[in-house]
Design a protein around this ligand. Structure first.
Ligand code: SF4
Length: 324
């Protein structure tokens, strides 16, 4: 029996390089070793979305990227969170065993409350309980996350442990699996790459659009003129070269430090490498985009398979809690 991986991601639409390097590539690789369940968490998105008009389109575009990148519906369960409503029932049951103090201490709750003071809803506080329900409903044993999600995972482990202590062993405590490249900076070179911040490069862009986006990136601020000596260690373009052009990395560092290469040439080199490495992905994506019904079928099948597991877990939980 393979161990089970669970991971969820918000429906942010077309994915960017940060999603690709930090999560999607990892999701694809994990399929070889684990029994994988990947979910688009649309209910979580409601905690901060005031306009939900684009939600369905975002789900569709995101699934297109996932499938084109190599997520395989024959090897993984791919579905949308709200298509398996059992998760909301388990969320309510888990909320009864989760002390409020644990939730109010979560740093991201305080950050979110500051970011959207006009909309500090219950969902923001209960977010880690819903996230725990997402994982334990499918008895997820391993959860691949970036470092920023670590506190939530710790809390999920605590909630699962508390439930097990109160009602008997039911849930495995989900293990954290940190991704290899957890933090990809955006074009500003300061913040994490994010669609909201507008500092991203979408993987489905055309080669020309990719060149244009890369050219907008901030590099070493000390290199104001072509002949200024560079400091690759503080340059985000250099970090990205490490991913897309690893064999040239030492050479680029040496040329940057001695000003033998300018930032425009360096960026062009990176953009070309990104384009050639994403070419097969883009071809698959174009082919999949021509079959919208296929995406709907994958999600329907994924929801059906996920729901079979969810119903079984929920029945067990209710029995343990004395509800059946
Ligand atoms: S040459 Fe390349 S690595 Fe050096 S500062 Fe410019 S973009 Fe960054």
């Amino acid at each position: 029996m393979k161990r089970r991986v669970f991971s969820g991601a918000r429906p942010t639409g077309r994915q960017h390089l940060g999603n690709y390097l930090g999560a999607i590539q990892n999701y694809v690789a994990l399929q070889d070793e684990y029994d994988c369940i990947y979910c688009i968490v649309d209910i979580h998105a409601l905690t901060s979305l005031e306009d939900t008009g684009g939600l369905q389109k975002n789900i569709h575009e995101m699934m297109l990227d996932w499938l084109a990148a190599g997520l395989d519906p024959d090897r993984s369960i791919l579905f949308v969170q709200s298509h398996v409503p059992e998760v909301m029932e388990l969320h309510t049951l888990l909320s009864m065993v989760t002390p409020l103090g644990w939730l109010l201490r979560v740093p991201t709750f305080k950050e979110k409350a500051k970011l959207q003071p006009q909309n500090v809803n219950y969902g923001l506080v209960g977010y880690p309980v819903l996230m725990t329900a997402d994982i334990v409903l499918y008895k997820g044993e391993v959860v691949p996350v970036g470092v920023d999600q670590e506190p939530h995972l710790e809390l999920a482990r605590e909630i699962a442990r508390r439930f097990n202590n109160l009602f008997g062993y039911t849930f495995p405590e989900p293990e954290i699996k940190l991704t290899e490249f957890p933090l990809v900076l955006g074009l500003d070179g300061k913040e994490k790459m994010s669609k909201q911040l507008g500092n991203d490069i979408e993987i489905a862009l055309s080669p020309e659009e990719t060149v244009n986006r890369v050219m907008m990136a901030v590099t070493d601020p000390a290199r104001r003129y072509r002949n200024d000596l560079g400091h690759p260690e503080i340059c985000n373009i250099y970090r990205l070269q490490g991913y897309f052009n690893p064999l040239e990395l030492d050479n680029i560092a040496e040329q940057c430090r001695s000003a033998k290469i300018g930032c425009v040439d360096c960026k062009m080199l990176l953009a070309q490498q990104i384009n050639s490495s994403l070419e097969p992905f883009r071809e698959r994506r174009t082919a999949l985009a021509a079959k919208p019904q296929y995406i709907a079928d994958v999600l329907a099948d994924g929801a059906q398979r996920a729901q079979a597991i969810a119903r079984e877990t929920l029945r067990e939980v209710k029995q343990r809690m004395g509800l059946l």
